[in-house]
Design a protein around this ligand. Sequence first.
Ligand code: RRO
Length: 306
Amino acid sequence: MSDLALDFCGVALEGPVLNASGTFDAIAARRAFGDALLERFPFHAFVTKTVTVEPRQGNPPPRLWETAGGMVNSIGLPNKGLDAFVAQDLPQLAELPVPLVVSVMGFDHSELARLVETVGARDEVALIELNVSCPNVETGVLVGADPGETDAAVRAVRDRTAKPLVVKLSPNSVDPADVARAAAAAGADAISLINTLKGMPLDPRTRRPWLGGRTGGLSGPAVRVVALEQVSAVAEAVDIPIVGMGGISSGSDALDFLSVGATVVAVGTESFRDPSVGRRIGSELSAFGGHQTIRKGQPISTSSRA
Ligand code: RRO
């Protein structure tokens, strides 16, 4: 067993490095790299791109903007919809050598309940992530930014599955700790954060919004200190496990998140630059002596840092 192995919501993981939803397409990677991908899979659990009930095209282009220390995306949740996901993608994702987390997003409670019930009934699925925090889809209200809305969303689905529910919070809220408390009280098994920070890059030639969707979500190293503050605040507020993410690109970054109370970490933007970076981050964490030496609230001595 690896020195990084841990139990996350009753699911055995070989280590604490996940991918952030939507930042690694395991099916495309398998096509590109063949079975070598399975032998050297970069993550200890795989999180899917968010699935909705109906198929979606996503936002008009351009969808990406590179900025200092990060990028802004306005992808708009393109996906093939629940039925095609279950029929076409799930069998392929079940061949991955790690537990599967399916990310879902509903436009109302009945959609969310259908998603959770359908996905939760599948043996291939270890955990379900409720994405209540996409910044790029007009829903009238950003559920994951509001404690009352988050409470209602989690209560609407809690009884639909026995699988662990991870609620992904928005950083675009007044107080993520309040939202996390609401999610935990409503029956969430874990919290993940942060999703992307809302932003609006301008086309330098026209001074008009560059992105087809007008606004987008900022990710990458630029958001790391924001994410650390929010993970720390949420870890103080709730007792359930936390998936910490936001600009992680090294084992040292991952250790920062574990040090402020994350149970596991997720890697997003850096995987676009280097799809194998999850493995490097795992190795670097091992070199620090394994993440289990980190306990919430205990500072890491600088001498043990890379
Ligand atoms: O697809 C997206 O535009 C998207 C989603 Br669902 C999300 O949760 N976070 C993000 O930055 N982009």
